[in-house]
Write a protein that binds this ligand. Structure first.
Ligand SMILES: [Zn+2]
Length: 190
């Protein structure tokens, strides 16, 4: 029995080529239902203790196990994790994830474009919305500093009035680290 961690609602349990998702909890057990519950109406349920160490199978699956599908799901979860916790480009994340799969598992992988689209959506979840106009382009404070808490936004001429609307016709935004500026200053020009 193996648990693929995501957020709790989306945690998956892999067991003997089948996957289970959270169904409901009782005071002593957690019930997990087959991930094919809605697609093929599989009645299989897995009952585990709260620590997810012991399990009991309830009802049989009405379909064959698919270990390759489990491998693909694990690879996809891994890619999602990487895309939201690193800035590695998606082509590389995809290539890395796929390289660990054998040939027949690769064949069950969704297309590269589909996966990259999913990863892109996943990655942009924590990002501000893409501005449609200058007025939408409001830079939240967390995006004006770097991970050390030092300033990153040096200048933004977007004047925001009391209604949160930007008055500038042309927007000039300058991002740089102080460290980067010092390197720039030290350069011999000419
Ligand atoms: Zn099933």
């Amino acid at each position: 029995m193996e648990i693929i961690k995501s957020n709790k609602q989306n945690d998956k349990i892999c067991l003997d080529g089948h996957m289970y998702t959270l169904y409901y909890e009782t005071s002593e057990t957690i019930k997990w239902r087959c991930s094919k519950k809605s697609s093929v109406r599989c009645p299989a349920v897995l009952s585990t203790d709260k620590q997810i160490t012991e399990y009991e199978k309830i009802h049989r699956h009405n379909h064959l196990p698919n270990r390759k599908e489990v491998m693909v799901t694990k690879a996809l979860m891994n890619m999602k994790e990487k895309s939201s916790t690193t800035t590695t480009n998606l082509v590389e994340i995809f290539a890395n994830g796929v390289s660990k799969l054998d040939k027949s598992a690769k064949a069950q992988m969704p297309s590269e474009d589909t996966v990259k689209r999913t990863l892109r959506n996943h990655r942009s979840k924590g990002n501000p919305i893409d501005p449609k106009s200058l007025e939408d382009c409001i830079i939240p404070h967390t995006w004006t500093i770097n991970s050390d808490g030092h300033r990153f936004l040096l200048n933004d001429n977007g004047i925001v009035d009391e209604n949160g609307k930007c008055k500038a016709d042309e927007r000039i935004v300058i991002f740089a680290t102080d460290e980067g500026l010092l390197i720039l200053l030290s350069l011999q020009l000419g």
